[in-house]
Design a protein around this ligand. Structure first.
Ligand code: CP
Ligand code: NVA
Length: 313
């Protein structure tokens, strides 16, 4: 089906159909090959992007900034300690003002409601660069990386192990379900994802012919995995939960033994990064031959550029 993405925001993958994601991935592969061939384009010449950050970032900031800049656009970094975002001015008013000056806005921060308000009041495309609830642009890069490794998405077995209720688990569940990837969230019961989102994702998985499983059994989850994915045990803003998480998540660390339990010589290891070696993954696995984390990080740029090309041109 023909996809017209012009003018659209990306707040959560729940906003995207399978055709939308297919389109964005196709554009991403194309843009990556252009970049690899040193082809220079100026697609964003004369355009501006506001980049709002309440939390730290390496990959997301650099991906947006370089992707926009190398296409001739002007990205402007705005940290929440420098602007009036919700402090001396409501989010609605900031959104209205930014919408008059910029062609698009990206936001990284705490409450998901903030990115929704920016989209509602700015009148320009808004991209979620991570909230407490979702991290959709990361999952576009993850799907691209999986496709590069296996040549397909449909029917693959994807396992996420760790904090099952964070922004990555939430977004991966939805992204896999939409694209027909069988997804297992492996976590202790107390860190299972919210049941309402699980029900929604299960319906999406059913429609795409895939399965979504939530389990605390490592053996059940990992056997036959094509991808083993993890994320930090303590997300930004939850630093006070560190001690409790270490205790709960220790058995769910990705180590060589877990990789071998997949019983699949082709299994790959993925991580959105930044990683805490020795917590959620051992140094041996992240540095090992199954790890594709650096390709995954690079693909943030190609997928984010694709998203902006699709929505701004
Ligand atoms: N994966 C990711 O979002 O990394 P940053 O926090 O460095 O942006
Ligand atoms: N769950 C992590 C993802 C970082 C990219 C966090 O929110 O800190």
């Amino acid at each position: 089906m023909a996809v017209n993405f012009r003018g659209r925001s990306l707040l959560t993958l729940l906003d995207l159909s399978g055709d939308d994601i297919r389109y964005l991935l196709d554009v991403s592969h194309l843009l990556k090959s252009e970049r690899t061939a040193f082809q220079i384009n100026q697609r964003f010449r004369g355009k501006t992007l506001a980049m709002l950050f309440e939390k730290r970032s390496t990959r997301t900031r650099c991906a947006f900034e370089t992707a926009f800049g190398e296409e001739g656009g002007h990205p402007v970094f705005l940290s929440s300690s420098d602007i009036q975002l919700g402090v001396k001015e409501s989010i609605e008013d900031t959104a209205r003002v930014l919408g008059r000056m910029f062609d698009a806005i990206m936001f990284r921060g705490f409450e998901h409601q903030t990115v929704e308000t920016l989209a509602e009041f700015s009148g320009v495309p808004v991209y979620n660069g991570l909230t407490d609830m979702f991290h959709p642009t990361q999952v576009l890069a993850d799907l691209m990386t999986i496709e590069e490794n296996f040549g397909q998405l449909t029917g693959l077995n994807f396992v996420y192990t760790g904090d099952g209720r964070n922004n990555m688990a939430n977004s991966l569940m939805v992204g896999c379900a939409t694209m027909g990837v069988n997804c297992t969230i492996l976590a202790p019961d107390s860190l299972y994802p919210e049941s309402e989102l699980v029900d929604t994702a299960k319906q999406i998985a059913y429609d795409s012919g895939s399965a979504l499983t939530i389990t605390s059994s490592i053996k059940e989850a990992v056997l036959g995995a094509d991808v083993i994915y993890t994320d930090v045990w303590v997300s930004m803003g939850e630093e006070d939960k560190a001690a409790e998480r270490m205790k709960l998540l220790e058995p769910y660390r990705v180590n060589s033994e877990m990789m071998e339990m997949a019983d699949n010589p082709e299994v790959i290891f993925m991580h959105c990064l930044p990683a805490v070696r020795g917590n959620e993954v051992t140094a041996e696995v992240i540095e090992g031959s199954s790890s594709v984390v650096w390709d995954e990080a690079e693909n943030r740029k190609h997928t984010i550029k694709a998203l902006m090309v699709a929505s701004l041109l």
